[in-house]
Design a binder for this molecule. Structure first.
Ligand SMILES: [Zn+2]
Length: 262
């Protein structure tokens, strides 16, 4: 049994490891209750498990137009718990005129990148506003995470090489594209079925897969377990749970969160 496997089975704190989470939410959801959804409560759970930091974004604008409110919740969270959360600005391209001003406004507030969920918002995955949004991420060298990228992803990877594209959810079908483009990263975010991480990693570049929790919709352990228990090399697991995201942060010039005090 390997050390990470054992720590996972015993439910131990992952002390000595570097964990960074590329997919987490803060705030309320319109459809169901999210318990312990305050930023301080999320940070407390991160400290408990030794998760150094996370890309965070809202729930609110997932199906409604209320993205500015949700972005303000994230900005407030980043102020209330400094140097743990890196906010991604959510926009809704169905409200076309608001998109670029909201990206600029949030950049001014210190947001680190862009979050899209156009498939939920009813905007086509090859819609014309993607050009401007990906162009914004390219211009500012930021990450841009979409819940699900559509058929034009390769074209945008080529045209916007300074933008770091992240698949919002586990998508091993992108393995071939990831081999050809350094600016494409795959999030492990759920649902990871039994052994699907292990099977996906046979094909995916180990330096381009990043753990995403979907906290506080799910709990950290739900997505960490299938990674830590997989029959995958320990060094690959360490890359996935944190070292790859550290590389992404360096690529984008985003300061990495500090280690917690022991
Ligand atoms: Zn999510």
């Amino acid at each position: 049994m390997t050390p990470l496997h054992k720590q996972c089975l015993l439910g131990e704190r992952l002390s000595g490891e570097l964990l960074l989470d590329c997919h987490a939410h803060i705030g309320r959801h319109a459809d169901y209750i999210i318990p312990r959804n305050q930023p301080e409560e999320l940070a407390e759970e991160m400290r408990r498990l030794n998760v150094r930091g996370a890309f965070v974004f809202q729930f609110t604008g997932v199906q409604t137009g209320e993205v500015a409110y949700g972005n303000d919740v994230i900005a407030d969270s980043c102020c209330r718990v400094p140097r743990r959360f890196m906010g991604l600005t959510m926009v809704n391209p169905c409200f076309e005129c608001d998109v670029m001003p909201e990206l600029e406004r949030c950049r001014g507030l210190g947001f680190a990148g862009v979050k899209l969920i156009t498939s939920y918002q009813g905007y086509p995955d090859d819609g014309p506003l993607f050009e401007a949004i990906c162009g914004f991420a390219h211009e500012h060298h930021t990450p841009i995470l979409n819940h699900w990228w559509g058929s034009k992803l390769e074209e945008w990877l080529q045209r916007f090489p300074q933008a770091q594209f992240i698949t919002g959810h586990w998508d091993p079908g992108r393995a071939e594209l990831v081999r050809r483009y350094d600016n494409l990263w795959v999030c492990t975010c759920l649902p990871i079925a039994h052994e699907s991480f292990e099977i996906g990693m046979r094909d995916l570049r180990p330096d381009r897969v990043m753990w995403g929790s979907d906290m506080s919709d799910l709990q950290f352990g739900v997505g960490l377990g299938p990674i830590l228990l997989a029959r995958v090399d320990e060094e690959v697991k360490r890359r996935v749970i944190g070292l790859n995201m550290l590389e992404l942060l360096e690529t984008c010039g985003i300061p990495a969160p500090d280690a917690w005090d022991p």
